[in-house]
Design a protein. Structure first.
Length: 140
């Protein structure tokens, strides 16, 4: 099941007197790719943005494991804003979606699980070029 739209999904969590544990694994809802890279964003200064690019092949899952962040996702036709503010929920961002991250809270830590290792050739940094590639990809 490869999704073509950005979507939220719940993360399996367990809680007891010792605290909370959240877990994801291949095959869980929202995790339909092999995780080949993991990174996290933190300490983003007030007013700064991250992202502002698209990926030709890379797919991602984003989780605010602390604090909050807004993620704007755009497929070249529709823009949607998602507020990530719970480690109990992930955001699935499919390939060929522009992403912008903004409004980081001071304590924000955004964990990102990616389907591919870093590859600069996969990035599309210009929004107009992204829209053209997205449109051409949909036509096929």
């Amino acid at each position: 099941m490869t999704t073509r739209v950005a979507a939220r999904f719940p993360i399996l969590t367990r809680s007891d007197a010792r605290g909370h544990l959240g877990a994801l694994q291949e095959g869980d809802e929202g995790v339909d790719f092999e995780v080949r890279r993991i990174y996290y964003l933190y300490g983003v200064p007030e007013g700064q943005r991250r992202g502002a690019h698209g990926h030709r092949a890379l797919e991602q899952i984003m989780i605010a494991i602390s604090g909050s962040v807004d993620v704007i996702v755009d497929d070249g036709e529709e823009r949607r804003r998602f507020r990530l503010d719970s480690p109990r929920e992930g955001l699935r961002v499919p390939r060929m979606h522009w992403r912008e991250l903004e409004n980081f809270s001071p304590d924000a830590v955004c964990l990102v699980l990616a389907s591919e290792p870093h590859d600069e050739a996969d990035y599309i940094w210009d929004y107009d070029a992204f829209v053209a590639v997205a449109k051409a990809t949909r036509v096929r």
